[in-house]
Design a protein around this ligand. Structure first.
Ligand code: GLY
Length: 577
């Protein structure tokens, strides 16, 4: 990757960042094929923000940082400054990868029984889900500033400018915004005190309760904080007036984050997890993500299944009953292990090597019965929702560097708590811990003591940013949003590309299925053939039709150049040069 010094001469030429937002809106096309570089995000303006930075000479990390800041503005229900994320980066020159972990941490005052005690007060929703008490220490700004400084080539001011432009010009609301607004307004109606308690969310993000209509524009209230970050870097968020306002909100709404907590939020560079599938190398996110381990574990079991049975997944046929059954069975073992073993490896020991070993993959493959599913206990001994507050994007630049990045505030609009004066929506990532022992979290996931709340610990995540390397080059960067469905959607996007030779756009658009072992039901998008569903029922699966499962984005190499795939389920559009 080019260094900051080598590209310093570019910087002065790049201050006039992007065309006016309205001009870009008119130029947006459904084209997803590009010559030299591509960004696939779940909103056209975020893809365009990254592409404009690539056009100015920025590399894949610069583009990722600009895309992420723009997403804070245009997908505020999904991710943003008040959340956290994971970034997997491939450096084409050194042929090395690194994983950046900027997930939220539990505040120092947190303890493993805090939510049991708080919930005895009988609130409608758990204190791990709603209000300032649900927030972990935000990591996004620290992570993005670290990535830009260490691996980027352009100043943070330049990388934030597209997001600021979107604040100034506003963005037209899209179908996703309308769907999200309707569902969140319903929640506010169900809980009468929420309209007062979360007044800023209602006023600043939900059009004060008036349904969005086509042609409306959304103006983000985050401009003041983005300007402070552009000026001062991460300290524009973690110190000074923004930090003071955040702490005041904590004190008023029963939260736990202190000024000291904010200072302690430092991102971690981690070694990527690496596995193989067929002839390719798969690099993905280590703990505190569970997604990387579950993905590699499932791929390993499927490869062993092919060897043991002398048949390929391709021969089964895409989304045939046998294909869905085989992939589901492999996935259920991975989810059962997720429930039992996984947590933040800075705090607990996770048997990563054993879970990813060849003999273990072989033993899982042997348990897959062609004609029937197994009783739930056969997958693991520890018994353990739609696209929530998460967003994934993928970037490949002209030099072949790649970034797969997933960011989250957990549920849609996170905790609903908004930092006064700055419009920062605080995450509710504390619910990704085993917040209440023995009870599933908001995604229906059961988790063990390995994921119990501890001060400074990071909750287990399903985010699975992943890059495929073929012959030393990044050929596919992928990932998804949607809680535990991230793992199954990323797996299927990868299999669609690897096994069925689909383009990135086809790979993220194709019908999907999901099984997380507990609850014991196989979710299948309604577009899947009904005969397939009946055959799966005859194998013992409890099948439930679903309208849409997760939202996936991918960037990949094609015969003609590069292609971005933005999931039609979330109405994204890729951009490139
Ligand atoms: N909050 C969703 C995840 O990290 O998996």
């Amino acid at each position: 990757m080019q260094t900051r010094m080598l590209t310093a001469f570019l910087i002065s030429a790049t201050i006039a960042v992007s065309a006016d937002t309205r001009a870009q809106e008119n130029a947006v096309s459904r084209n997803s094929e590009f010559q030299s570089s591509v960004v696939a995000a779940d909103h056209w303006a975020a893809s365009a923000a990254g592409a404009s930075i690539l056009k100015q000479g920025g590399n894949a990390v610069d583009a990722a940082v600009a895309t992420s800041f723009a997403l804070s503005v245009v997908r505020p229900a999904s991710c943003g400054l008040g959340g956290g994320g994971f970034m997997v980066i491939w450096d084409a020159e050194s042929r090395k990868a690194v994983a950046l972990d900027y997930r939220e941490r539990a505040p120092a005052a947190a303890d493993r029984s805090m939510y049991v005690k708080l919930d005895q007060q009988g609130a409608a929703e758990s204190a791990s889900v709603r209000g300032a008490s649900a927030a972990g220490i935000p990591g996004n700004v620290a992570g993005l500033c670290h990535a830009a400084t260490k691996w980027g080539t352009l100043p943070i001011k330049t990388l934030i400018e597209p997001a600021l432009q979107l604040c100034r010009d506003g963005v037209p609301v899209d179908e996703h915004d309308m769907e999200v607004q309707a569902s969140v307004l319903e929640k506010l109606h169900e809980n009468p005190d929420y309209k007062i308690r979360f007044e800023l969310l209602l006023k600043q993000y939900l059009n004060d309760g008036t349904p969005w209509k086509k042609g409306d524009r959304f103006f983000s209230p985050q401009r003041p904080v983005l300007e402070l970050i552009a000026e001062h870097g991460a300290s524009g968020f973690y110190a000074g007036p923004v930090a003071e306002s955040l702490i005041r909100l904590m004190q008023q709404d029963g939260g736990f984050i202190t000024a000291q907590d904010l200072k302690s939020q430092i991102p971690a560079e981690r070694a990527v997890l690496q596995g193989s599938f067929h002839q390719d190398t798969v690099i993905t996110m280590p703990p505190p993500s569970s997604g990387g381990i579950a993905l590699l574990q499932t791929l390993g079991a499927l490869e062993h299944w092919e060897q043991q049975n002398g048949r390929t997944l391709r021969q089964l046929g895409h989304n045939s009953a046998d294909y869905v059954h085989t992939v589901t069975e492999a996935m259920k073992h991975a989810f059962a292990d997720r429930a039992e073993y996984l947590g933040d490896t800075d705090f607990v020991s996770v048997p990563v090597d054993r879970l990813l070993s060849d003999p273990y993959a072989d033993s899982i493959a042997r348990k897959i019965q062609p004609e029937s599913t197994l009783p739930a206990e056969a997958y693991g001994r520890f018994f353990a929702a739609s696209d929530g507050g998460t967003s994934h994007f993928s970037v490949i630049d002209a030099a072949g560097n790649a970034v797969a990045c997933t960011e989250t505030i957990n549920l849609t609009f996170g905790s609903f708590a908004v930092v006064p004066g700055y419009g920062i929506i605080l995450n509710n990532q504390m619910d990704d811990f085993s917040a209440k022992p023995g009870e599933p979290n908001a995604f229906g996931l059961m988790q063990s003591a390995a994921n119990a709340v501890e001060p400074g610990k990071k909750p287990l995540s399903s985010m699975t940013p992943t890059i495929i390397i073929r012959d030393g080059k990044a050929v596919y960067a992928c990932g998804a949003s949607g809680g535990p469905r991230i793992i199954s959607a990323t797996l299927q996007s990868l299999l669609n590309f690897e096994v069925f030779g689909m383009s990135p756009q086809q790979a993220v658009s194709a019908s999907r299925f999901h099984h997380q072992w507990f609850p014991n039901e196989l979710l299948i998008e309604r577009s899947v053939d009904q005969n397939t569903v009946q055959t799966l029922q005859s194998k013992g699966h409890t099948v439930r039709g679903s309208s849409s499962l997760a939202a996936a984005q991918a960037a990949g190499k094609t015969a003609g150049g590069l292609m971005g795939g933005s999931d039609p389920r979330k109405h994204g559009i890729p951009a490139g040069n």
